[in-house]
Design a protein around this ligand. Structure first.
Ligand code: DX5
Ligand code: ZN
Length: 226
């Protein structure tokens, strides 16, 4: 059965001086998931949110909190903190986890969806032996760190290969970085079904534009020609 096609706005690109309202507005505008980028200043050059920020916005919406951990070390006390703060999905980077399979089991045993992210330079065979331990694969189409970067076209080949590798397993393929209404069709054609988008939704900071931007991405993703 085809997986649902969902839009996950990345709140990193929102107006952080009114983060709570930005979450409420983007959900009202049709967001399916809220993508929350956690960066630590080690794995990435940027530093973003801690668990207390998630805890503060959690009561504002029932939307799925899709937490993308870009932290090293990626260990259980931090993962637990983001689970306790209200994450529904926890995605860890393969590059940050020495004992990736154990980490994934830890997330699943806490009743949360477990995801693995791969940087643009990380080959897909990294996940060959953990395919039965994951709910989601996050393919980075920019190098982690900042909103507003340009989509790396080689990501499309990786999406296709991963789509093949997962076969009939119930795994979502999420793509993150530089996605907009002009390139999402290719991402969808390659086999992805969850589209993260930060600047293409939040740019300009006018909540009245969010619904049309989300729907432009959604419509473009449906124009699959294969
Ligand atoms: C990059 C983050 C992305 C990013 C998406 O490290 O994981 O989620 O903020 O923002 P855009 O869509 O602007 O590339
Ligand atoms: Zn992200």
């Amino acid at each position: 059965m085809p997986r649902s096609q969902l839009i996950a706005p990345s709140i990193l690109a929102s107006d952080l001086s009114k983060l709570g309202q930005e979450v409420v507005d983007v959900v009202k505008a049709g967001a399916d998931w809220i993508h929350i980028d956690i960066m630590d200043g080690h794995f990435t050059k940027n530093i973003t949110f801690g668990p207390d920020v998630l805890k503060a916005i959690r009561p504002l919406t029932n939307a799925v909190f899709d937490t993308h951990l870009m932290i090293t070390p990626c260990e259980e006390p931090y993962i637990k903190a983001f689970i306790d703060a209200g994450s529904d999905i926890i995605t860890v980077h393969a590059e940050t986890c020495l004992h990736l399979q154990r980490t994934l089991k830890y997330i699943s045993s806490a009743g949360k969806k477990a995801g693995v992210a791969l940087n643009p330079a990380t080959p897909e065979h990294m996940i060959e032996y953990i395919l039965d331990d994951i709910d989601l694969l996050l393919i980075m189409s920019v190098n982690p760190g900042f909103s507003g970067q340009t989509f790396i076209p080689q990501s499309l080949q990786k999406i296709r290969r991963i789509k093949n590798m997962i076969g009939n397993r119930p795994i979502d393929i999420e793509v993150d970085g530089g996605i907009n209404e002009n390139n999402v069709q290719y991402v969808a054609e390659a086999g992805a079904n969850i589209y993260v988008s930060g600047s293409a939704i939040y740019q300009g900071g006018n909540p009245q534009t969010y619904a049309s931007r989300i729907s432009a991405i959604r419509c473009a993703a449906k124009k699959i020609s294969v």
